[in-house]
Design a binder for this molecule. Sequence first.
Ligand SMILES: [Zn+2]
Length: 231
Amino acid sequence: MLALVLHLLTAPAAYPPELRSVPTTKKVVSIAVNVVWGTEYVPPIVQALKAQGDKATFFLGGTWAEHNPEVARQIRDAGMEIGSHGDKHRHVGSLGIAANEEEISKAAERIKAATGVTPTLYGPAYGELSPAVHLAAQKQGVRVVMWSIDTIDWRKSHTPAIIQQRVLARLQPGAIILMHPTDRTAAALPGLLKELHNRGYRVIGVQELLQQAGRTAPPGEQGGMREQRVG
Ligand SMILES: [Zn+2]
């Protein structure tokens, strides 16, 4: 058994690596917004992005989308990209392949029913990764997306100023910035987007970021922290 575990840990990955950032010299970054709570802050976040001509990828929970179809459609209608944050925000790192596949497929069904979009990008709940998560994603035909800059915006002590500082201090071309719908994030965005523009950056969805770069990040290039919030 130990030998098997060691083999699984050390064998070369049979699946594509998760995406944390995209190597590019172009001044482009993506914002990834995970949505399973904070519904009331989604519209102001969408508006802040739209007002400045920016885009983000919203990774929707499947069950969330089923319960909030109007908000899900608002996101789509504002021209934002739609990804999947799994169905029920389970701790997917401790689930097997079949349960992981169900998290992905159920979410896809519910997100498609709400928005008409079948997501091809998948942000696992809590940022949990495992061979089962990767293999399930591969079987379901979705790309696993993590991040290179974590705003940790779910933490109440993280004021809009702290959120802005965290992004600007770690800013580099091809970064993926993780956010959630909170009042501090909504308050931070207009100023943050302006500052990104001042520094010559465009803010685009993750799919567009991949297309712009034309290739994907090598495995483990940048360590992203796990999404820590419970809920
Ligand atoms: Zn989450």
